[in-house]
Design a protein around this ligand. Structure first.
Ligand SMILES: [Zn+2]
Length: 330
């Protein structure tokens, strides 16, 4: 089974750079910065335990990565390392997201942050067969000015490594409806977008995302509470970026995960990890978990990947190339 999973050509659309930071790299950089943690201590600081109760606790695991990804060189290395790891897991296309403003400091402005991440991605693309782009996250709790700056930066680097924007952060504390301006601005500038919603908040958050005209929703799993919302997602042709393990850890979902039900009802879903390091998983282990905990087959997972191609933030040329890969498999 493990080999079959490894062999699936994968499309990863929802993975956070800072939440997927390699533990050994983090340890090395912490030592450089004068901390005396052991590798094990770093591990426990970056990964959630069994006792994680909600998204807010889960988000605390981003504190250290945001603090140590504080130079262009580190941002570049972390991005290079993540894309290279994904390529080794037979990921053929990846959109990696992060919030650039979390990494600015007196020596590093937003342009330098974004350029470093793009460089890391490009370096990995040179050595591996992987396509992809960077999604810049606007943050819940940030000022309007900050989020507008993030959208503007996405526009500046669009098609030069950046492929879209997102809205991330504590959904239960900062409702989605308050961030309409980000997506109006993205629409105005022709910047593609996805929106975290229906994770720590419910139907009203998903409805806001739908009303903003999104074609993709990060998580969206709480739509399971309302059949009309599920239908709306199908009718409006929206893809859900599903992250099973993460949903259990943030307690977005308790009991049976709705991914199979949504898939069977005709919702387009893409299976993702959200944060490899925070959850101590990778895309292969996540597929394995889906196969274990649902009745979905390897073929269903291949189909989910193939069906997500129209929703990726890439050129038609890349979409065609990706479709070619699945030709013999579908
Ligand atoms: Zn996420």
């Amino acid at each position: 089974m493990k080999e079959e999973i490894q062999d699936i050509p994968k499309i990863v659309l929802h993975i956070h750079l800072d939440g997927s930071l390699d533990v050994k790299l983090a340890h090395k950089w912490l030592l450089e910065d004068g901390y005396t943690y052991t590798l094990q201590q770093v591990e426990s600081k970056l990964q959630v335990g069994q006792d994680c109760e909600n998204l807010n606790e889960y988000l605390e695991k981003f504190d250290i990565p945001c603090k140590i990804l504080n130079t262009a060189e580190r941002l570049k290395t972390a991005t290079y390392q993540l894309f290279t790891k994904l390529a080794k897991q037979n990921v053929i296309y990846a959109e990696v997201r992060f919030a650039p403003l979390k990494h600015i400091n007196k020596n590093l402005n937003i342009d330098e942050v974004v350029q470093a991440v793009i460089e890391g991605m490009n370096e990995s693309k040179k050595e591996n067969t992987i396509y992809g782009g960077i999604i810049l996250c606007c943050m819940r709790g940030n000022t309007k000015e900050q989020n507008m700056q993030t959208v503007e930066t996405a526009k500046k680097y669009l098609n030069k490594g950046v492929c879209g924007i997102d809205l991330a952060g504590a959904e239960s504390l900062y409702p989605t409806k308050d961030y309409e301006y980000s997506f109006n601005y993205a629409k105005e500038l022709n910047v593609p977008y996805t929106i975290h919603s229906g994770e720590a908040d419910g139907i009203s958050s998903i409805n806001s995302a739908i009303n903003f005209g999104t074609k993709r929703i990060g998580h969206g799993v709480r739509c399971i509470d309302n059949i009309a919302t599920i239908q709306e997602i199908i009718d409006r042709d929206i893809l859900l970026e599903i992250c099973l393990t993460s949903n259990y850890q943030t307690e977005a979902i308790k009991g049976k995960h709705p991914l199979e039900e949504l898939y069977r009802k005709g919702v387009k879903i893409s299976i993702n990890t959200d944060n490899d390091t925070v959850s101590n998983i990778d895309i292969n282990s996540e597929y394995e978990r889906v196969l274990k905990e649902t009745n979905l087959t390897i073929n269903d997972i291949i189909k989910c990947n193939y069906n997500s191609i129209p929703y990726i933030f890439a050129t038609d040329e890349i979409k065609e190339k990706l479709k070619e890969v699945y030709k013999e498999l579908i």
